[in-house]
Design a protein around this ligand. Structure first.
Ligand SMILES: Cc1cc2nc3c(=O)[nH]c(=O)nc-3n(C[C@H](O)[C@H](O)[C@H](O)COP(=O)(O)OP(=O)(O)OC[C@H]3O[C@@H](n4cnc5c(N)ncnc54)[C@H](O)[C@@H]3O)c2cc1C
Ligand code: FES
Length: 249
């Protein structure tokens, strides 16, 4: 899978969940995208031209979609871009997620915009015959997650705002069901909670890491993390690593 740079046009860029969660659709990049891969978006008006890495949420011949949380100057400028605007899209970068290789029960644990890494993953896992639960935590209400339900995924919502019958955190669901494999994407406290969870096998628990990136190709070494196998670049060797590999979490 080669990675390319091209100018794409925004087709849709709308608020998807609160607070400040957006869903972005752009004219497609070429080539296939595998679950776990991400694009770097160079955003006009942002203080730096560094591509902001965003997981590809959905991809077909016509469009790529992303889910993002406004959390700084770049994503703030992106949220203000109307349909018809153009921006540079680089990638896809990163490795395809490591897969179980046999059917089993899988949890996808998402915090907020971390859900952006999981639609392609859910589709692949369902095709492999896995039972998939999406443990999806949001500060407020979740967005419409019917596209997961249509894949046969059980959506298990959580909200920090307190909803009757829902836990506060998606990780609370890890106590009441046994999972063979777990993938987690979201804020660092969520990754820590999943990575250190006593019920989970650390070699079958994959954490999708978020590090600041520049080249996205493994050359600048700006995104390296320490693992039991030495230093690894999140952009080129990840973004997913078994929790048991990470020496500081
Ligand atoms: C593999 C991967 C996938 C991701 N997927 C998603 C996703 O699907 N959805 C999502 O919401 N988030 C995702 N993220 C996180 C997302 O990339 C960051 O939230 C985003 O880059 C923040 O950009 P910002 O400009 O808004 O924030 P800021 O904090 O303003 O900037 C982020 C970084 O950009 C650089 N930068 C900014 N300004 C300057 C400057 N003036 N000079 C030099 N450098 C500068 C710095 O490295 C800074 O730390 C992902 C991250 C990774 C690594
Ligand atoms: S961003 Fe340059 S090595 Fe990862």
């Amino acid at each position: 899978m080669g990675c390319e740079s091209r100018v794409v046009e925004i087709v849709d860029n709308r608020r998807w969940f609160e607070p400040a969660g957006y869903r972005l659709t752009v004219t497609a990049g070429r080539g296939e995208v595998a679950a776990g891969q991400f694009a770097g978006l160079t955003i006009p008006g942002a203080p730096s031209r560094l591509g902001r890495p965003l997981a590809v949420y959905e991809a077909d011949d016509q469009h790529w979609q992303f889910v993002y949380q406004v959390c700084g100057a770049g994503t703030g400028a992106l949220a203000a871009m109307p349909p018809g605007s153009r921006l540079e899209c680089h990638g896809p970068f990163g490795r395809e997620l490591p897969w179980p290789g046999r059917p089993g029960r899988v949890a996808l644990v998402a915090g907020g915009a971390g859900i952006g890494a999981f639609l392609l993953a859910a589709r692949h896992l369902r095709r492999q015959g896995c039972a998939v639960d999406l443990l999806a935590g949001f500060a407020e209400l979740p967005p419409d997650l019917d596209e997961f339900v249509r894949l046969g995924v059980e959506v298990r919502p959580a909200s920090e705002a307190g909803r009757p019958g829902w836990p506060v955190y998606p990780t609370d669901y890890l106590d009441d069901r046994t999972y063979d494999w777990v993938y987690a994407c979201g804020p660092r406290p969520l990754l820590r909670a999943v990575g250190h969870h006593p019920r989970l096998d650390k070699q079958r628990t994959y954490l999708l890491l978020d590090e600041n990136m520049a080249c996205c190709l493994g050359t600048c070494r700006g995104c390296v993390v320490d693992t039991v196998h030495g230093k690894r670049a999140v952009c080129a060797d990840g973004p997913a690593f078994p929790a048991g590999w990470l020496t500081s979490l």
